[in-house]
Design a protein around this ligand. Sequence first.
Ligand code: ADP
Length: 756
Amino acid sequence: MMLYYHGTVILSVILSTIFVVRWRRGISVHFPIIFVFIPVINLGYLSVANATSVNEALLANGIEYLDGCFLELFFFLYVLNFCKLKIPKICTGILMTIGSLLLFISINTGNNGLLYTHAELRKLNGVSYLVKTYGPAHTIYYGMIAFYLVANLSVIIYSMTRKNISKTNSILLLVVYLVIMLAFIGGKAFHPALQLLPASYLFSQIIFLIILSRLAMYDISENAISSLSENGTIGFATFDMKMRYLGCTDPAIKCIPELEYLYIDQPLTAENENFASILKCVDKIQISSDSSHFYVTQDDISYKITISRLYVGKRQKGYQLRTEDNTLEAKKMEALKLKERQKEMEAELLKLAKKTAESANEAKSSFLAQMSHEIRTPINAILGMNEMILHESNEPGIREYADNIKSSGRTLLSLINSILDFSKIEDGKMEIVSVNYDTAGMINDLENAIAERAKQKGLELIVEADKSLPRTLIGDDIRIKQIITNLLTNAVKYTEKGSIKLEIRNNGDSEGLQMIYVAVTDTGIGIREEEIGTMTEAFKRLEMNHNRNIEGTGLGLAIVTGLLNKMDSHLQVKSVYREGSTFSFILPQRVADYMPMGDYRTKERSSVAKAGKKEAAFTVPDAKILVVDDNKMNLKVAAKLLGLYGVKADMSSSGKDTLEVLSKKQYDIIFLDHMMPEMDGIEVLKEIKAKKLVPESTRIIALTANAISGVRDMYLSEGFDDYLSKPIETKEMEHILAKYLLSDNGNADNGADTEE
Ligand code: ADP
């Protein structure tokens, strides 16, 4: 039994030591007192059990009265504190005084009749114990015990009704108190020498330690809350590791009103939107970060709610929730979003505008194609008939008129072509088609194309071409010719006297490309320096008062720069006002044959050079030719032109009619118009091919007024053998006849040039 008393003392000292080790600031002051008293009281019990005389036992017995006198008092004060209740200081003072008096009496008076009327020491199994008859002071002591019993139980039961007090802790306190009371009342129920109280104290120490560790969380939250609650805009709430609610501040309730109805230790559930968001944030924190946030709007105020881990030292003990007024930022965000939305809207509008512009452009392109067809068809007739006049009339006056008609008609045609080309460049639809071309032939053609005009104006034409230029280059010869012809034409137009010079030089090679330097220099009116920058703008014409009589649209240079851009080059302009100008560019070209071209003049003269021929170069009277066109005038022109070559052509004015004719008769060449009502030329061609109406040797040539660039390729890809544009130029017609009839037609009168 002595072991029991020794054990209770040692264990209570150990538990008190644990308390000291785990001591931290913020723990209620009553706890250390309780943890000091218990080992002392237990020591009292041990001393009684060990006593050899009555007096010795009575002295030790006095220490046991620390329980009723002070332990109960501090327990009571703690319970009040726990329930956030306060009693007047005077009451505490009175209780302290009564406790001190009783303790004084119990230690000093002993067996003098005040506390005990009689006391004797007995021994059982080696354990001493006192047998006492109680005196009047002891009744006061019982009174005190009874008072504390009622007071403690009432406060603990009251605490259970409060939602902001942890119920678990209240129950633990109740259990401790009941155990102590039972041990007190039960006293020595089992054995006169065996006191139950020391064991119950041990039990209470253990429970207190548990309560303390639970309280750590509340203390932390309280500390945190008190430090933050001063700032009115920041709210704060805390939860333990299992998301049980520990406490919160008023600003937090303002932001999340549902917090107000939580009781301490209540686990948070997703019972409303805010709590669900909090729990979602906690889940997020588990996976990746230390904190996570969401936003709520309450009473027109926007809050940012941040959930983060709550640490005590290095160990996480729970979670903290922080609410802060975010209205300003939210407004900024809103403004930003609004701006973004505005930008999106603007982009959408821009897209819409672009789309509209694109469809307008498409409409424009198709309008231009249509217009080109519509204008070319009558001009075709005019120029065709005019060609007849030139062929048939020897009257000088009439020939002069006809020449004028021819030149004006051509000007009109080139104008339409310029507009079409420019609109194509603008739409990004101008394509560069690279083919092998003969360098010398190209220079020859250029010289021939401008020689006549230069001569008419009395200008000297100088052509300088490096002999070392590669013989065959790869590029879009048609477009290159167009660029240089435009520059040469301008040079002639804007020069009254002096010379025009075309220079084509070998500028070395770079990255496998041959650099060709091209320059057109004139001694003409020149351009003011300030106007050089804007002269390439579309429809821009300079010096209108001087140049009024010079034909032009202001599109030539715009087309030149557009085409050069497409060919990775750009136009350089140098000019001295009233002295002359030089337009130059460097053109990168691939090379097909590196042999130097030598003197370009020794090359055969090109087809352009032969343009002046009046008499047919050959006749092919046996050739079987069918011309298909819905326009009677066009048929007439074609028939007359073919007549020059001795051909008696058949005519057809519709697709349907053509199919019928073909089923009866075979032809060497069919000139097939594209745009016809009902069946158009392409449909007729497809039908002819599908039904195999003509032998393989028959050539079908597209005949069209459609002059948009790239159209030739379109016809070839549709299955036509060649392309002849309206108005039909005699030389082009001759070229086609020679190409397809002379090589295998021995009847030809004369071996005309069959170059291809
Ligand atoms: P246009 O059809 O009027 O010739 P261009 O686009 O070819 O249109 O040229 C634009 C303007 O640049 C011309 O109207 C003219 O004023 C000026 N210009 C072009 N080439 C020359 C040149 N060789 N000498 C002087 N001025 C020129």
